[in-house]
Design a protein. Structure first.
Length: 154
């Protein structure tokens, strides 16, 4: 009986967590002035630009046409737009560091019975470069838009 109850709770957990909507209008206060955003209006029109300000009633942003304000009731969602290049560089740096650490801890196979310092550094750099490439790929594949505000569907 206990196992069945536990199973029911585990199956119901994703349903309960998806019912919560943590993309509230107050989250727009986390945006920084000058940050790239994308606004989807209720009419499905997409606007992109740099964030200027937010109030309880509206959001203001700068686009090619100038400064624009959209009322809260006309906004369907707001997304923070980040740079794919930045993600790639961060991923590459993390990958290189992890690879170098793995390379430093990996045994070195040489013809001599004593590993040399040069071999260990070569091992670190070699495995680090593999990590660099893998991290860059993962970073480039990360999504560039994250939802800050979304009108709840109910």
């Amino acid at each position: 009986m206990r196992k069945l109850l536990l199973l029911i709770c585990l199956v119901a957990l994703p349903c309960a967590s998806s019912a919560q909507d943590d993309h509230t209008w107050a989250n727009l206060n986390t945006l920084r002035v000058g940050q790239q955003i994308q606004i989807v209006e209720r009419s499905a029109k997409k606007d992109s630009g740099t964030f200027v300000s937010v109030s309880d009633a509206a959001i203001t942003f700068q686009d090619a046409a100038g400064e624009r304000t959209i009322q809260k009731q006309d906004v369907r969602s707001v997304k923070r737009v980040s740079s794919r290049g930045r993600h790639t560089l961060i991923g590459a740096a993390i990958g290189f560091g992890a690879g170098a650490g793995i390379g430093a801890g990996t045994p070195i196979w040489t013809l001599s019975s004593h590993p040399t310092v040069g071999n260990r550094v070569e091992n670190m750099v070699g495995v680090g470069m593999v990590g660099f490439g893998m991290g860059a790929i993962v970073g480039a594949l990360l999504p560039t838009h994250s939802t800050v505000y979304r009108v709840s569907s109910h």
